[in-house]
Design a protein around this ligand. Structure first.
Ligand code: AKG
Length: 275
């Protein structure tokens, strides 16, 4: 079932994103934050570096979120009814740290073709201009992929510090979300985010991305789960949902998935970053 209104679909087509969409209750968002903080406390390095990826493969709490009908209904409106979950990433900016995300296009280095996919940014905490919410360069998805400089800045939360220069800030819009709301953005829309100047963490749980079953990975191997519909293409490795937090078997699957993801992200790069 697709749930976005004609107006919302038009916003996505014209601006390259749609937001806000209510998907989790306040309690569910809190449950996700608690799960993150439980993992951080018990396994301090688990979510560091590459460990920010594929957390849905080691935690049933995250895995369940990826299958939420409210999320999938909205995604279906944009990419059709045969949907795979092909990855997740935690974008955490702690208070008093200098993390930022340079302006970039997701499609640049990820190798997912054709671009029948969409990224779901789910707000675990509120995201606003004070704590460094995303900003979208509206309409930029209608252009081709742009040149990205590779800066490897140590505070940049992107793998290579990939950066589109000269973004007209007056054409960007902040994506202000309450905890439990989501934005959906297009593979080619130029977006980034600034510093967290608040006293609390800013946390996004990002499904990167929901892809149509017709989308192939042209740079490497991906570990996917069927979220909805039927996969008659079978381009990717299928994995099962975790049944408990940090099960040993799941940890190994996640490790493999992350190794493969790293090869994709850094293909052709002379340097490897910390994520
Ligand atoms: O969380 C952020 O600030 C940026 C996330 C991002 O670039 C993405 O989800 O594609």
């Amino acid at each position: 079932m697709s749930s976005l209104t004609v107006k919302q679909i038009k916003q996505y087509q014209e601006e390259g994103y749609v937001a806000p969409i209510n998907v989790l209750s306040k309690e569910e968002a809190k449950e996700v934050r608690d799960e993150i903080e439980r993992i951080e406390k018990k396994w301090p390095n688990e979510l560091e570096g590459l460990g920010r990826n594929y957390v849905h493969l080691i935690s049933p709490v995250f895995n369940k979120i990826c299958y939420k009908p409210k999320i999938l209904d909205a995604v279906e409106s944009l990419i059709g009814q045969n949907i795979l979950i092909c990855g997740t990433t935690l974008f955490i900016k702690n208070a008093n740290e200098k993390g930022f995300v340079s302006f970039h296009q997701d499609a640049k280095y990820i190798g997912l073709e054709p671009h029948n996919w969409v990224t779901a940014w789910i707000a675990v905490t509120d995201a606003n201009e004070e704590n460094g919410c995303m900003r979208m360069w509206t309409g930029s998805h209608k252009e081709n992929l742009k040149h990205h400089d590779q800066k490897f800045d140590e505070n940049n939360l992107l793998t290579r510090g990939q950066t589109v220069e000269d973004v007209p800030i007056n054409k960007t819009k902040p994506i202000i979300l309450k905890a439990g709301q989501m934005s959906l953005h297009h593979p080619k829309v130029v977006h980034g985010s600034g510093l967290n100047k608040s006293n609390d963490r800013r946390i996004g749980f990002v499904v990167q991305s929901y892809i149509g079953t017709n989308v192939d990975q042209v740079l490497g191997k991906m570990y996917v789960q069927l979220a909805r519909g039927k996969d008659s293409f079978n381009y990717h490795e299928n994995v099962t949902s975790p049944i408990e937090l940090m099960n040993e078997k799941d940890i190994l699957v996640r490790k493999k998935a992350n190794e493969e993801l790293s090869k994709i992200f850094y293909k052709g790069s002379e340097r490897i970053g910390k994520f």
